[in-house]
Ligand binder design. Structure first.
Ligand code: ZN
Length: 160
């Protein structure tokens, strides 16, 4: 299978059967992320004990790319420390922004299927939104928008 086919298969699979979909009763960390350009809205909660993400769940209205990204993200960070999660956030962001060389050492594993998103400028924010939301939750920021919290480098890269 080509990487493009794998990408489509993974997106379809996670969109059809999102992992960790739902909400936690009493999350220790929680944030809502919004991407006005597409209409994606992600509600993310997680339960941190002993410096480990023990439970994580998301729900909301989002397009297939955003939902698949959220689904794979929750799977990837479950059991990880916040520091390990931040590494993944950074690497995922750099990958879809096109500044990560995947042949260099990284921790993304199957998340690398999202590499192709870098060639779809309008979908970059859809893929990144769950990761921004996780970053916000880990820093006790209750809500974020892709249109308000962007760094200059990101905005310019997306508006190409
Ligand atoms: Zn979207």
């Amino acid at each position: 299978m080509s990487s493009k086919t794998i990408y489509q298969e993974v997106i379809l699979d996670h969109n059809r059967k999102p992992r960790n979909y739902g909400s936690l009763d009493q999350p220790s960390h929680h944030a809502i992320g919004h991407n006005p350009l597409c209409g994606d809205r992600i509600d993310l909660g997680l339960d941190m004990t002993n410096n480990q993400i023990n439970q994580i769940a998301f729900h909301g209205e989002s397009c297939a790319i955003c939902k698949a990204s959220a689904s794979m993200m929750t799977t990837a960070v479950k059991g990880k420390s916040p520091e390990e999660a931040e590494v993944l956030i950074q690497e995922f962001r750099n990958m879809v922004m096109g500044t990560l060389n995947l042949s260099d050492h990284h921790h993304l594993g199957r998340l690398a299927v999202f590499e192709g998103v870098r060639d779809l400028p309008t979908r970059v924010k859809c893929a990144i939104l769950p990761w921004h939301t996780l970053h916000a939750a880990l820093h006790s920021v209750s809500s974020i928008s892709t249109e308000a919290n962007e760094e200059v480098s990101q905005t310019s890269a997306i508006s190409v």
